[in-house]
Write a protein that binds this ligand. Structure first.
Ligand code: ATP
Ligand code: MG
Length: 574
């Protein structure tokens, strides 16, 4: 492709609206254009990358035994109501009405549509197992679209669904997909980590995410350097730092003027934060919930939501808390009644905590569970943190940030039961089909590749997903020899199947080199009067600092070899 004809302009300045690397570089490289919040057009360079990612994914899905099909974006809302997942998705589900006032949804995922279809096509155990997938546009009304292509409202996803007769079959399908996913990331040149993930409040058993480690990642990953335990913080467990037990002392009311937060309280009473009890209030599907947790810990809302089996969970407002007769800033589990109390299991070790007294500017010393207060449930609802003990081997946990680039999920029979997707076994007995679901977002994978591989000048594409293999860069084209050599090299390289972006523009070397670096094409080939004096061209890999002078003779073979190496390179290898 000739650069002079390529649609999309590069920008020198960092656009003000872009706060993450992928967003900045995609805009500067002229690869995406924002149409609305979280809605983008892909220009030709980005589209080429997405197509390459798509081809790799399709190839691995087919190799794993997947059959490709295509389902509609437009789905009857009734199907979602049958599984109750319209409520689980809540406002994230885009809905609309047709001219006859029938309610429709724009598919954020396709478990319902595919299961309904499978229920009409599977009767017997002989029809199973099945691995069915599509690569298609999804819609999600994200509350906060952000970070370029990382979190958008319209995006392409590969979604595969597995249908098996039993758990064993599901485990097999699941493991096949885990392997296929590893192959995909590896072939895209992207090191991705397998982490344990939350499987949600509705149905679902095991679940794993693939994470690309990056500073800008929204997810926190907890991992153990000792035993490889790795989990998303939504799911991560830990051995909480223990605090010493002591003889329970009598409950004692103390004035605490102006001390409303745990920090103020701990300063005022000279007790460490882990000797206090924190009260946090939530509204779970309209019900006020009182959460008690040790003062030094934070509530993990995903764990809490799963325990409450609720659709919507949010922090209660001060008005809602006061309205329930609670004194904000001195809320206490001691003496509370008529409100569901969920306590983190951290309150069961240690003794003599400071807790609210439910009176303005007053707290208790020496609150002890269960002597002084009750809880409806005592479970782990804390966020695991670096420094705490690994739940598997007790070593100290560490944490890092990651971008979720894939999610696999053992669904079980929740959806098939609701939608009547069943099969009969060899004895003629009917059972619900056991399902799994497996998704990768293509645009997010592209964004993660940029976050993972760039420098201050621009993108550094891994060869397998680079928009082009070679950036052919003639300098001072007024020299007719430069122009001649570059033109014929362009024709020859393309004829050999190499993908070449030919910078045929009459621009200065500075402009061309800057654009070459910004666009991140893996190999830059420079032809100039200086290189031609030595019957050579200059080759520079985007990932390396120094160029290399290479004789013109045999150049095509040399470049083919370099591209071949790049295409077969595994992530992290140099
Ligand atoms: P997240 O937790 O990031 O919101 P999710 O868990 O809701 O994602 P899944 O339903 O597991 O997402 O979707 C499968 C894959 O689709 C994700 O791993 C991700 O690669 C991609 N994806 C999901 N939501 C978005 C989005 N809003 N923008 C871009 N890609 C997305
Ligand atoms: Mg997910």
């Amino acid at each position: 492709m000739r650069m002079s004809k390529t649609f999309g302009k590069t920008l020198r300045e960092v656009p003000a609206e872009a706060d993450t690397i992928n967003h900045q570089l995609l805009l500067r490289a002229g690869m995406i254009h924002q149409v609305a919040a979280g809605v983008y057009s892909y220009l030709p360079l980005a589209w080429r990358v997405l197509k390459k990612i798509e081809n790799i994914i399709r190839d691995e899905m087919n190799k794993a035994g997947g059959q490709e099909l295509m389902m509609p974006v437009l789905q009857p809302l009734e199907l979602w109501q049958e599984t109750g997942r319209d409520l689980a998705f809540g406002k994230g589900l885009f809905t609309l009405s047709d001219r006859r006032d029938r309610k429709l949804a724009l598919g954020p995922t396709h478990e319902e549509v595919i299961t309904e279809m499978v229920s009409h096509n599977v009767q017997s155990y002989r029809d199973l197992p099945l691995l069915l997938y599509q690569i298609q546009t999804k819609f999600r009304d994200e509350p906060r679209p952000r970070a370029g292509l990382m979190r958008v409202r319209e995006f392409t996803m590969k979604d595969l669904y597995s249908f098996d007769t039993d758990e064993e079959g599901l485990n097999q399908s699941y493991n096949q997909m885990l392997q296929a996913y590893q192959n995909i990331y590896s072939r895209c040149g992207l090191p991705a980590l397998l982490v344990e993930a939350d499987s949600g409040a509705i149905g679902g058993k095991d679940s794993h995410e693939f994470m690309v480690i990056a500073e800008s990642g929204e997810d926190e990953v907890i991992y153990c350097p000792g035993c490889q335990y790795t989990a998303n913080t939504d799911k991560a467990q830990s051995i909480k730092n223990k605090i010493e037990d002591g003889e329970p002392l009598p409950l004692e009311e103390v004035p605490t003027p102006g001390a409303a937060t745990i920090e103020q309280l701990s300063d005022f009473l000279k007790v460490s934060q882990n000797r206090t009890l924190k009260a946090v209030f939530y509204i779970a599907d309209e019900e006020l919930i009182f959460v008690v947790i040790r003062g030094d810990l934070e509530v993990n809302e995903v764990k809490l939501k799963n325990i409450l089996h609720c659709f919507e969970l949010r922090l209660a407002t001060e008005t809602e808390v006061i309205g329930a007769g609670i004194v904000a800033g001195a809320a206490s589990p001691v003496g509370i009644s008529g409100i569901k109390v969920i306590a983190d299991d951290s309150i069961t070790s240690g003794a003599n905590f400071v807790a609210g007294a439910n009176k303005p500017d007053t707290h208790f010393r020496n609150a002890n569970y269960p002597r002084d207060f009750r809880a409806d449930l005592v479970v782990d609802i804390a966020r695991a943190r670096a420094g705490e003990g690994c739940p598997k081997c007790s070593s100290k946990l560490s944490s890092t940030h990651g971008i979720e680039v894939g999610h696999v999920f053992k669904l079980g029979t929740f959806i098939s039961e609701k939608l009547g997707a069943s099969f009969t076994d060899a004895n003629g007995v009917s059972h619900p089909i056991v399902m799994g679901s497996y998704g990768i977002g293509l645009g997010r994978l592209l964004a993660a590749a940029i976050e993972q591989s760039h420098d201050d000048k621009g993108i550094i594409w891994p060869m397998p997903i680079a928009p082009y293999h070679i950036y052919l860069c003639p300098l001072y084209q007024e020299s007719s020899r430069v122009s001649e050599v570059a033109e014929s090299l362009y024709v020859e390289l393309e004829a050999e199947g190499l993908e070449v972006l030919f910078d045929d523009r009459k621009e200065s070397p500075g402009v061309k080199f800057n654009d070459a670096d910004l666009l991140g094409i893996p190999i830059r080939v420079t032809v100039s009067p200086r290189t031609l004096k030595k019957d050579s061209v200059e080759i520079k890999r985007r990932s390396e600092k120094e160029p290399e002078l290479v004789p013109l003779e045999g150049i095509t073979e040399r470049l083919k070899e370099l591209v071949r190496q790049g295409l077969s390179r595994l992530p992290n290898s140099v």
